[in-house]
Design a protein around this ligand. Structure first.
Ligand SMILES: [Zn+2]
Length: 426
């Protein structure tokens, strides 16, 4: 247990009682729904935000006000791509290796791990996210253990069992197994949304991809997939060769690929991109790929520090922005990242792409994640009616500096984290 993080619990968040603070006030409130409010307040009722504004706007009738001086209250961050159950591989894998070699090393590093280890990793990962201001995670895992663990965690979660299977003959059984796992989980609620997804176009047969992509009843969040992450993946689809292709052939010797298409074009030609999908990475895209992603309203999750870990080239940010593709941020797993802080991801992104306005960077970790989830106005912003998922970070703010720049480029102490109005870190 991390110091300062309250114990886990089951069930929906308690309704704010009369002894709990209803109004939070800080030096600034950054709403992402309008300009920052100096001396701003947030009024919370029944797990939702009732009002945002100055104290005069609160209809204050003597309710307790929780003052958080030298702080900014802002929306809780949304990690749009992580694998919490892989936390036990933290620090074990060398940087900069070819992707297939990393996969082999990861498998070895997980040798002998059982359900308890995966669950512990997912639990610690969720706590690390909360302590660093992340209130929502879109998580993927192969074992199903994180789906079990996150049901009892005070973080808002969209955990997915991630299916793999290049052999078309296993597709039916894999989906049936996932459905069985889902049926055995605690029921979904406002905070917990378990689902089923696939891993990647290179690790799943088209039949498995289709069965999962088309079955919208398998999840409440978007269909997520790793796509166009590495140069090896592009070589596999475009040229039918390379280290990743050889790796996949060893797993499934009768693998056949219609070469010539990029991973995105391959998915598109086969009708495997449901509208509103969420694709992780997308480092290697051409103009046609970007057009397809925009046309299918696919959101892209960029994972800045994971990309740096692998030394992946690419990520055509300018083209994606120009096409209006919804861009989110994720940490990926601790097998290719040193931590799960989205503040660190924003800082890395800001260093790599200083031309992007800082408010837009913050939107990638708030508003855009909510849009990818189909929850615009509900998450990622502070406005009346939204879930009361907010954080307070310590900041004195120098008037000469841009507040958004300070948020995305500095290390912050997270003073308070509330999910559904419940203070889970304070
Ligand atoms: Zn991933």
């Amino acid at each position: 247990m991390f110091p300062g993080c309250k114990p886990t619990h089951s069930g929906p968040p308690p309704i704010q009682g009369k002894h709990r603070p209803l109004i939070y006030r800080a030096r600034f409130v950054v709403t992402m729904d309008g300009p920052p409010i100096a001396g701003g307040c947030v009024r919370v009722e029944d797990g939702r935000i009732a009002k945002v504004g100055t104290l005069e706007d609160m209809d204050w009738k003597g309710e307790h006000i929780r003052e958080i001086p030298d702080a900014v209250i802002m929306p809780g961050l949304i990690n749009s791509h992580c694998h919490l159950e892989l936390g036990m591989a933290r620090g074990l894998l060398p940087r900069g290796e070819a992707f297939p070699m990393w996969v082999s090393r990861l498998r070895k590093s997980l040798d002998g791990a059982g359900p308890e280890q995966y669950r512990e990793a997912a639990r610690l990962g969720a706590l690390e996210c909360l302590k660093n201001g992340t209130t929502t995670v879109i998580d993927v895992g192969n074992t199903g253990e994180s789906l079990n663990e996150l049901a009892d965690m005070p973080i808002r979660s969209f955990p997915h069992i991630e299916l793999i299977g290049l052999d078309p003959s296993v597709a039916v059984a894999r989906v049936a197994g996932a459905l069985e796992l889902l049926a055995g989980l605690p029921p979904a609620n406002e905070r917990y949304h378990p689902g089923v997804t696939c891993h990647a176009p290179y690790s799943c047969s088209p039949d498995l991809l289709r069965r999962v992509a088309e079955a919208t009843g398998l999840r409440t969040g978007p269909y997520t997939l790793h796509v166009a992450e590495s140069a090896e993946e592009t070589a596999m689809f475009r040229e039918g060769k390379g280290a990743l292709f050889d790796f996949c052939k060893r797993i499934h010797p009768s693998l056949r690929l219609e070469k010539g298409a990029s991973p995105v074009a391959f998915l598109s030609r086969n009708g495997l991109i449901p509208r509103g999908s969420l694709f992780a990475h997308c480092n290697n895209l051409d103009a046609e790929d970007v057009r397809i992603l925009a046309e299918t309203e696919t959101s892209v999750v960029h994972c800045p520090r994971s990309r740096a870990f692998f030394n992946h080239l690419g990520f055509p940010l300018a083209s994606l922005r120009k096409a209006g593709v919804n861009l989110c941020l994720g940490t990926d797993s601790l097998a290719s990242n040193e931590g799960l802080s989205l503040f660190d991801e924003m800082a890395e992104f800001h260093r790599a792409f200083p031309e992007v306005p800082c408010r837009e960077v913050l939107a990638m970790a708030t508003l855009n994640g909510a849009k990818a989830l189909g929850l615009e106005g509900e998450l990622g912003c502070l406005r009346p009616g939204a879930h009361a998922d907010f954080i307070a970070i310590h900041m004195r703010h120098h008037p000469e500096y841009d507040l958004y720049e300070e948020i995305v480029s500095e290390v912050h102490e997270v003073l308070l984290v509330a999910v559904g109005g419940e203070e889970v870190v304070s």
